[in-house]
Design a protein around this ligand. Structure first.
Ligand code: ADP
Ligand code: MG
Length: 354
């Protein structure tokens, strides 16, 4: 059965029975969606707030494998956008979905069904409403734009930005790092990708370890509650999508400062390491954590005087955080060992164009 564009929208994207975020005055069906401010409702867009807006595009072959589980893909497509909202301390309101689909076969319809299941499960968990989009034929491509609310206080924005880090700040990271990269290396090795460095190595690892790593790659958890809890505490914040070293540079450049990272703290951050403490060497773990990517954790800085406030925010958000270093006045990034000695070697960030 070949579905027409409007049938497809009506059947899979227009959800009349679903709860709608109070900011969405008009959703799918007209030429524009309408967002409105509403005073006094916890999930709404308050009259004095700012709109936070973020777009991410996922392209088949570049950001996901063609045979990836569509339900996981639906989750991830929205998760990466919610992660951007979290990084700014924004509360999710609504999103749009621009979708290019290669065909309208029965198999594709089953794919869309699974994709939207993953998408809406995450959307509903965050009270974030699909309010519009576009559907067209073309190579599989998913583009989501998410809208969130950031309050102002006495006219000042409460948004968390990359530019606020100060020398002396602690550097913190949420959750765990490096597992998504580990999974990517293992999947590429399974597929016989010859350009994959040390491919055989990644296939030797215990299957349960690779399973956990794969879940981190395919179903990242956007740290929305932590982003909200860090407003007024963090000086700078961003989400990790390209790898710790490369992404931290963005904070350092925007804030005009440098940093020191503690290698012994970092090599413990791999979640799959907790399943099998001997499968990977410490340098292997360190390299995955430093130059991984696709982690979707929050990287933030806060004054040392706010350590208790950070711990409370982490508890409130039910999200673990780890202190991994310090912001310094001297520019550049230094990774040091337990004795404070600089590590040798260059840790490149994952770069789509490299
Ligand atoms: P227009 O031609 O005016 O851009 P469309 O015919 O493309 O409108 O879309 C009709 C309605 O369906 C619009 O409200 C649009 O926002 C919505 N829509 C289209 N595709 C999607 C999608 N993939 N997800 C959510 N809403 C969609
Ligand atoms: Mg259109």
């Amino acid at each position: 059965m070949a579905l027409g564009e409007f049938e497809l929208i009506a059947r899979y994207f227009q959800r009349n029975a679903a709860p709608r975020n109070p900011a969405v005055a008009l959703g799918i069906g007209d030429d524009c969606a309408l967002l409105q401010t509403t005073p006094g409702l916890p999930n709404a867009l308050p009259p004095d707030a700012q709109l936070a807006i973020s777009t991410d595009m996922l392209v088949e072959g570049q950001h996901f494998f063609p045979d990836v589980d569509p339900e996981a893909l639906g989750h991830k497509a929205l998760a990466v956008n919610l992660s951007d909202l979290a990084a700014c301390g924004a509360r999710p309101l609504a999103f749009t979905l621009a979708l290019a689909l290669p065909d309208s076969s029965a198999a594709r319809e089953a794919w869309i069904n699974a994709f939207t299941r993953g998408l809406f499960a995450l959307a509903d968990a965050h009270g974030c409403t699909l309010m519009g989009g576009d559907t067209t034929r073309g190579p599989l491509n998913i583009c989501i734009t998410a809208f969130g609310a950031v309050p102002t206080a006495q006219g000042r924005s409460q948004a968390l930005l990359r530019s606020g880090a100060k020398p002396g700040d602690d550097i913190w990271v949420s959750g765990t790092l490096g597992d998504a990269r580990l999974a990517l290396l293992a999947i590429k090795a399974q597929r016989g990708d010859r350009a994959n460095p040390g491919a055989a190595r990644w296939l030797q690892l215990p299957p349960e370890m690779l399973k956990l790593a794969r879940a981190r790659l395919e179903r990242p958890t956007p740290r929305v509650a932590l982003g909200l809890a860090l407003r007024g505490i963090a000086n700078a914040c961003m989400d990790l999508s390209d790898g710790l070293v490369g992404d931290l540079q963005h904070i350092l450049e925007a804030s005009r400062c440098g940093a020191r990272l503690l290698a012994p703290m970092l090599s413990e951050l791999l979640a799959s390491h907790r399943l099998d403490g001997t499968a990977l060497t410490s340098p292997e773990r360190l390299s995955l954590v430093l130059s991984g990517g696709d982690d979707y954790e929050l990287l933030f800085t806060a004054p040392t005087s706010r350590r208790e406030a950070v711990a409370t925010a982490a508890t409130v958000a039910n999200t673990p955080v780890t202190r991994i270093g310090q912001i310094e006045a001297q520019e550049g990034l230094r990774v040091v060992d337990a004795q404070g000695q600089r590590l040798a070697g260059r840790f490149a960030s994952f770069d789509h164009f490299a």
